[in-house]
Design a protein around this ligand. Sequence first.
Ligand code: AHM
Ligand code: MG
Length: 335
Amino acid sequence: TSHQPLDADSITLISFFLEHQKKIPNATGELTQLLTSIQTAAKTISSAVRRAGIIKLFGTSGTTNVQGEEVKKLDVLANELFINLLKSSYTVSIMVSEENETVIEVDKERQGKYMVAFDPLDGSSNIDCLVSIGSIFAIFKKPDNSVPTVKDALMSGRNVVAAGYVLYGSATMMVISTGDGVHGFMLDPTIGEFILTEHNLKIPKRGNIYSINEGYTHQWDEAIKEYVQNKKDPSKGKTYNARYVGSMVADIHRTIKYGGIFLYPATTASPKGKLRLLYECVPMAYIVSNAGGSASNGKIPILDIQPTNIHERTPIFLGSIEDVEEIVDIIKKQC
Ligand code: AHM
Ligand code: MG
């Protein structure tokens, strides 16, 4: 209960990464500095999400984003927080945001060696009805260590040095990987700190949940139809449960915790799928892969895709290693 004394040994997000940084020879502390800014953005967005109905942040702000969708007021606030806090961290040169059509450049005097791609508030359809939403980010570094330029915004997932997401669910949790395991930090609202609660998250090798928007069945390729049909047919093995929040962060956090598969395939209306490579699929693929799962576009790992456009989309199949293998095999068989 809230009357329970606080644990004097709890590990905060920043103390965890300071310790991690000490283990890396020649580490400058810049990544920890960057993560500090991201956690401040996350705390502020979490507070805004929790109070949005009271401080009148719900509803549309009357503008549309680069994808032609209505932008909610909370999205605008979350985007401004990410941009301003990353700029003032002195660690980033360029940014890609779902909400900005072009790459965001940081002033020369505040530039650092990283590129950050982010979706400041994902799950827009769930904002006004109080269902879970999230933030997603990936931090990239050029292999040659020089400061990235605008044309370097198009880096593949193999250049990611850290990625994570923040889930504004029944509690707020930040899940991060710097390539050395996946770790979850729960926001303790009584002290305003992210506390390590999930050390070294591992996704089960196989799950029993499939997560896809089945309303689009008529728009899927035969392989997707066959796979999903199999999961409901007892003659084809153990049947699966269906779960679909419609917020990528919530659907993927559940997939990591319980196992199973999340699918957003190509549809006739969106032939490249809906989800964006740089700031939705790559960070999630990085996290899931570091937790022992996998993520594919049906042909190659998401992390191997070389982007050609900052807002490009990709089909995605992500989750427990054996579940992803199964769908990829069906896709290959039908090609
Ligand atoms: P958004 O960026 O407009 O919020 O859309 C992204 C969201 C994801 O969180 C979710 O996985 C997906 O869109 C759901 O799409 P659909 O409603 O087509 O199932
Ligand atoms: Mg999004």
